[in-house]
Write a protein that binds this ligand. Sequence first.
Ligand SMILES: Nc1ncnc2c1ncn2[C@@H]1O[C@H](COP(=O)(O)OP(=O)(O)O)[C@@H](O)[C@H]1O
Ligand SMILES: [Mg+2]
Length: 253
Amino acid sequence: MIKIVFGLQKGGVGKTTTTISTGASLTRQGKRVLLVDGDPQANLTTSCLVDAGSTTYSTYDLFKNNRLKVEDTIVSTEWGFDLIPSSIVLASAEVELVSAFQREQVLAEKFQDLEKLGYDYVLIDSPPSLGLLTINALAASDWVVMPVQCQLLSIMGLQAFIDVVELVQKINRPLRISGVLLTMYDGRTAISREVEQNVREILGDLVFNSRIGTSTALSSIPKRGPIQFWEPRHPASQQYDAFTEELVTRVHS
Ligand SMILES: Nc1ncnc2c1ncn2[C@@H]1O[C@H](COP(=O)(O)OP(=O)(O)O)[C@@H](O)[C@H]1O
Ligand SMILES: [Mg+2]
């Protein structure tokens, strides 16, 4: 079982879209996949067409209820992958965790019981912050993917995130950066080409060869679910399939 977190403290860079699309690609390859919504905004939950707040348990309960078992929080989705849903109440965990015992490792501790459930991949979506929810997601993972939006000069935020990954490695040694994924790339614009050149120059091989282009189809995911299931030949589907292939190679090397 390989656990991968999609993270960056900036919002709107494609974390959630990448989490669900990677999950969909892996599922279509016959892998057993669990998605974990670690963001109070619950966009991943909504994108799985699960009504946030309607489930018996959510990631919040996982953080707060010592006796709750991780398997009891899992719901199935219509596409074959499973989900631990989130809801807005998770926002208060960020504050409540401050006084918790081993507050950085609450999720990692709960995830120990996942091993026996037979998943090949656990994909964790994280909130746009460097707070305790993100740190818990990093501490519970083997690999991290950082999506970078090609429409802004966003390289600065990357170093701050990498610094936090290095701090978390002190309590979670296996954690490694699998790479940076360029998202919302539009080759017609100078800014996209500039961001790509800049990021590749600075980070070299850490940047995935695959890029995700700008595509309005991806913004339909919260209404229609993962694009690979309704338009598998769409360029965005194929780009995410190619990224997933590259990711799988990296995390198995
Ligand atoms: N490649 C893309 N092209 C166009 N829109 C995208 C793309 N990726 C994501 N989006 C849209 O941009 C917004 C932010 O993406 P999201 O995945 O929610 O980012 P994050 O989770 O980092 O906040 C969403 O409305 C999403 O549908
Ligand atoms: Mg998100």
